[in-house]
Ligand binder design. Structure first.
Ligand code: COA
Ligand code: AMP
Length: 637
């Protein structure tokens, strides 16, 4: 390990290695426990053990109520919405009062500890309040990203079986109002597990039709609860009880319900705020993401609020709302010290304003660091961001499953020298190893599967929602004793990690995690399609974009271009606009091995203009020429 610059990282990581339980026991002192843990780690509980067994706590208390005495007037949330023109500051005191009243409204609908509540909302402060209100009464929230279509929402409703759904009449994308209510009604119609009530926030941009008996008006219910002085208290939950379930793409169309507990989650996030992000309570921390993603859960909502920071709810884009200076305006207007976003946002800004002319209009001296995650941070983008901002640009690597960084450059402990293309080093809690197919460690510099020795640290998923077997099968069976990240990469001589790509069919489009398997299910459902394959191909802006190949059924004599248009529309309808599925290509056949496996990897290399060699097991090599020609005709490859 290169410790030449005096960072406290090597000593901190070594302290964790020497005694993990003592390390996390120390970190846990930052939490207000209702009942302290009986055991820091109990190996006999759960699938691979549980953190802070026997403890009781409340996440909402730690994120909101406990700050009221010391920082009641400080802004907890700053809402800035260039798409509506709205701006608002909500103090910790106001947040506590709103959340307590909202929690009373939810409780009045019969929701109690352990019940699930789905939150399908745009980037408005009420989405954050909804999450905290659930946490307050021990209900388990499951936030569904607004860019998902009705069918995706229905799949999540079926799995989580929520008693209640919290939503808004619409979200706003540049140039279009996305009506949520028709999508929600359709999803409930499609699902076999109907929620008993819906609480809906009417926004001025769209008026939703309410269903008598089931649907309740958010503003009315909240005003009534406040007028009556109704406020729900924070209830005690077990540290090991679920705080939330967040669905993420798996290798099939059925998403995985990642479970996050209360105790370990708080301990890990709080540790990361100071030691990884280098942030102090009272500072302004902005994760420019969406509450529908894990980055939003951990670093728009829970991390900054647990730490007593001001967090930002931004309803806009890095470009086009109104221009590529949007982020710089935010930083200067709100005195933002730390920005966290996906590299794709910076690629979008760079594309529209390569010389950063817009930056000249703003004073962004307050910014101390830029953190990037969600996809590989390409060195060009990192370099550009460093040049224009003059602050450390820190790539860090994590997953929905882990909830916080597996690897990063710990600014709070003293940053290590940056190597472009690497998210630097494992965080304490993670024993990261690179192994071959047989699970044997490989030499420095050699590519392999990236695995983490069990147990995973606090904050990581203990299981999948009511699916211990799927959890074991998806993550633990491939390399016994280790968690399989499904990422591939290597460690260099200095111990720096390099994350090179997924080992499964997950692709990463504009920092959004998508399953090509899920898209193939949609393509295959088209009546004219006999066979299909979806791959992720390189995209200069979004990192990757999906590209679908279809083989038509014999006897179909419609125009392929017509069918391709229908396929594009079908993916948008079934998965949602966020899939960004724009390329469908009709081919006569797909390249396969002699045993019938589709050669997706080779197709991807051809599409990406990467070097490729003829797979020894290919059934008919001529098919690859056909694929190359088809790609060329579409202007790809
Ligand atoms: N509700 C409804 N639709 C949504 C949506 C939401 N919450 N979020 C995105 N969409 C739609 C977009 O409008 C777009 O629709 P279109 O096909 O009609 O144009 C589609 O989904 C694809 O969205 P996206 O991939 O985000 O592309 P974009 O062209 O709108 O914006 C970027 C490109 C780079 C500016 C944008 O992707 C971005 O800001 N990314 C930041 C990454 C990020 O926040 N990642 C989260 C993890 S950190
Ligand atoms: P998600 O669960 O949506 O956060 O996506 C997790 C996946 O995104 C990881 O498994 C990686 O494939 C990818 N990813 C996230 N952060 C990085 C990073 N810093 N570098 C490379 N890949 C990343």
């Amino acid at each position: 390990m290169n410790a030449a610059n005096g960072s406290r990282y090597p000593a901190t990581y070594a302290a964790w290695q020497k005694d993990p339980e003592a390390f996390w026991a120390e970190a846990a002192k930052a939490i207000d426990w209702i009942k302290p843990p009986e055991k820091i780690f109990d190996a006999s509980q759960g699938v691979y053990g549980r953190w802070f067994a026997g403890a009781e706590c409340n996440t909402c208390w730690n994120a909101v109520d406990r700050h009221v005495a010391t920082r009641g007037d400080q802004a907890a949330i700053i809402y800035d919405s260039p798409v509506t023109g709205a701006k608002k500051k909500i103090s910790y005191r106001e947040l506590r009062d709103d959340v307590a009243a909202l929690a009373a409204v939810i409780k009045a609908q019969g929701v109690t500890k352990g019940d699930r509540v789905i939150i399908y909302m745009p980037m408005i402060p009420e989405a954050v309040m909804a999450m905290l209100a659930c946490a307050r009464i021990g209900a388990i929230h499951s936030v569904v990203f607004g860019g998902f279509a009705a069918k995706e929402l229905a799949t999540r409703i079926d799995d989580a079986k929520p008693k209640m759904i919290l939503t808004a009449s619409c979200g706003i994308e540049p140039g279009r109002v996305v009506q949520y209510k028709p999508l929600l009604d359709e999803a409930i119609e499609l699902s076999s597990s109907k929620p008993s009530s819906v609480l809906l926030l009417q926004r001025p941009q769209a008026q939703a039709t309410m269903m008598a008996g089931r649907d309740h008006d958010w503003a009315d219910a909240l005003a009534t609860a406040k007028a009556r002085g109704e406020a729900a208290d924070c209830v005690a939950v077990a540290a090991t009880d679920p705080l939330y379930v967040l669905y993420t793409s798996g290798t099939t169309g059925k998403p995985k319900g990642v479970v996050r507990d209360n105790g370990g989650h708080m301990v890990a996030l709080l540790w990361s705020m100071k030691n990884l992000y280098g942030v102090d309570p009272g500072e302004v921390y902005w994760a420019a993401s969406d509450v529908g993603w894990v980055v939003g859960h951990s670093y728009i909502v829970y991390g900054p609020l647990l730490h007593g920071c001001t967090t930002i709810v931004y309803e806009g884009k890095p470009v086009g709302t109104p221009d590529p200076g949007a982020f710089w305006r935010m930083i200067s207007e709100y005195n933002i010290q730390t920005l966290f976003t996906a590299p794709t946002a910076f690629r979008a800004i760079k594309k529209e304003d390569p010389n950063a002319e817009h930056l000249k209009k703003y004073d962004v001296k307050c910014l101390r660091a830029l953190f990037l995650a969600g996809e590989r941070a390409d060195p060009d983008t990192v370099q550009w961001a460093e040049n224009i901002l003059g602050v450390p640009v820190i790539d860090h690597w994590w997953q929905t499953e882990t909830g916080w960084a597996i690897a990063g450059n710990p600014l709070g402990l003293g940053a290590l020298p940056v190597k472009h293309g690497s998210p630097t080093v494992p965080m304490p809690g993670y024993d990261v190893q690179i192994v071959d197919e047989g699970g044997k460690p490989v030499a420095a510099g050699k590519m392999g599967s990236i695995v983490v020795k069990l147990p995973l640290p606090p904050g990581c998923l203990p299981t999948l929602w009511q699916q211990d077997d799927r959890f074991k099968e998806s993550y633990l069976d491939a390399f016994p004793g280790y968690y399989n990240t499904s990422d591939a990469g290597f460690v260099d001589q200095d111990g720096y990690l390099f994350i090179m790509g997924r080992t499964d069919d997950i692709i990463n489009v504009a920092g959004h995690r998508l399953s090509t398997g899920g898209m193939e299910e949609v393509l295959a459902s088209h009546p004219d399609v006999a066979e299909c394959a979806v791959i992720g191909i390189k995209d200069a802006l979004k990192g990757e974009q999906p590209c679908g190949f279809i083989v038509l059924k014999a006897g179909v004599n419609r125009l392929p271009t017509e069918i391709e248009k229908e396929i594009v529309a079908l993916v948008r309808e079934k998965i949602g606009p966020v899939a960004a599925f724009k390329i469908a290509i009709t081919v006569n056949r797909l390249p396969k091995t002699r045993s019938g496996k589709i050669l997706r990897g080779t197709m991807k290399k051809i599409a990406d203009n990467d070097a490729w060699s003829m797979p020894a097991t290919i059934d008919d090599p001529a098919v690859l020429d056909e694929i190359e020609n088809a790609l060329k005709q579409k202007g790809i490859a």
